[in-house]
Design a protein around this ligand. Structure first.
Ligand SMILES: [Zn+2]
Ligand SMILES: [Zn+2]
Length: 156
């Protein structure tokens, strides 16, 4: 006797790490900071490449500010524990995990006071874990794009 059962598949759950980043499969992309394999991660439905070893994140420039907003909400209650900027990272040269070209370092001039690394070819930003945290904790919305904005206060 057939007794059809309406089976509901179990919900797909990815393990969520301490940063609130659900991490899925490992990719073949290499972490620019520690040379581990990056994993596909998702932060609030935005796909990122996440390093499970060092906590760095590769995110597209378009997703960067929404990501910061989200992490600010996640981390906001944990209290800022921001170390002073380490100027040593101003001289680093990371290799873009996507195109293998050298990434450009930019000072991120907000109160978070970090150097971020971008690949303009791929439109991605690499953020070390502590950089992400510092930017997320920064109390304003100082824009990465302000220096590219011809009307944004840069005068020649
Ligand atoms: Zn790493
Ligand atoms: Zn690239």
């Amino acid at each position: 006797m057939d007794d059809p059962q309406n089976e509901t598949p179990p919900p797909v759950s990815h393990p969520v790490n301490e940063d609130g980043v659900p991490v899925a499969a490992e990719t073949t992309k290499v972490c620019p900071a520690c040379q581990s394999m990056l994993s596909d991660g998702t932060i609030e439905n935005r796909s990122v490449l996440y390093c499970t070893k060092c906590g760095g994140v590769l995110v597209s420039i378009a997703k960067f500010l929404p990501l910061v907003e989200y992490l600010r909400a996640v981390w906001g209650s944990t209290g800022a524990n921001i170390e002073p900027r380490d100027n040593a990272d101003a001289d680093r040269h990371f290799t873009c995990p996507l195109c293998d070209r050298t990434m450009m370092g930019h000072p991120y001039g907000g109160p978070g006071n970090v150097n971020i690394d971008t690949c303009e070819r791929c439109s991605v930003i690499w953020l070390d874990r502590n950089e992400l945290r510092r930017i997320a904790m920064a109390p304003d919305h100082y824009s990465l794009y302000s220096k590219y904005d011809p009307g944004g206060g840069l005068r020649g």
